[in-house]
Design a protein around this ligand. Sequence first.
Ligand SMILES: [Zn+2]
Length: 371
Amino acid sequence: MALPRILKDLFTLPTASFRESAVLDYLADACGKLVGVQLKYDRYGNLLAHYRRGSQKIPPLAFVAHTDHPGFVALEMVDNHTLRAAFRGGVRPEFFADAKVRLFDGAGWIKGRVLEITQQSPPPAGGGPSRPEEVLVRVRGTVEPGAPGMWDLPDPVLRGDRVLARDCDDLAGVGAMVTLLQRLVRKHARGEVYCLFTRAEELGFIGALGAARAETLPKHMRVISVETSSALPHAPIGGGVIIRVGDRSAVYPPELTSFCLRVAQQLAKRRRGFAFQRKLMDGGACEANAFLAHGYTATGICLALGNYHNMDIARRKIGSEYVSLRDWQGMVNLFEALVLDEQGPDVGDTSLAERLDKLFKKYETQLEARE
Ligand SMILES: [Zn+2]
């Protein structure tokens, strides 16, 4: 098995919050080639792709994934070899010491090392460590203000079933949505779906909040936030795509989650090797919150992620993030099944009700007899 081209491409591009243009340009190009897919940017620069073929009886779904990743943005050269840079995203301070960095100057990467943290956010109200917000980086060349920077980790690679990359979060989700669109187009599939590629999630779903406020997606649309989320002991990498019942901040409304569950159960029956998990992924909060806060119905689907935000806890240093390729492929298959499902989002998982009904009928006479 090889690393899918879309993932290889996306994982090689530079990105950081508010500096996502390399990824967005790539997506506009890749999706712009697809016959039947309409593209538009909303006023905040989020990119919306819309696929529709045939008349639709059921309201369309919208998938949402973010194009940024925790990283650096160049501010100014302090002297010939020292750059002041912002850091945008949640990475704990102890991982910064002497860590290797790369900044993209438009043509290539300029390498560097973190010298010191010069500014940190106060610790969050709910507890937890403070976040580095500004650093000094020793660099090998001049870096222009605005250049995006990332941890200097190897290019993407597939080892067994494990995909290692600088930024699985959330380019793995983005890549799954592009693959969905490509597949629908190739199959001339009858159906409708929206894919929204957002900006600046790592600072608190800023792009998604903009999209929700601007109604980039019409209000009647049902939103599925696509993420990678820190693997948990009960939600392992390789255990299958995860239907998320909630995150750190919210439990999602059950109707849409129940729809995803029903479609996944049906897919598991007809497709060998398809595995899924139903979990509360409370290692982080996702863009579903932004849409829920603005009156949308929203839920989440994610992949279990290793080395969340590049924090390799075991080795106490910055490392590549990783996901399971099988989980990723299962996620694409689930997306396709959700879009093509003919019963629609109003029909959820009824297996529990049916099971309880059977059980009650079995014992009903004993209950009535009051033994
Ligand atoms: Zn993410």
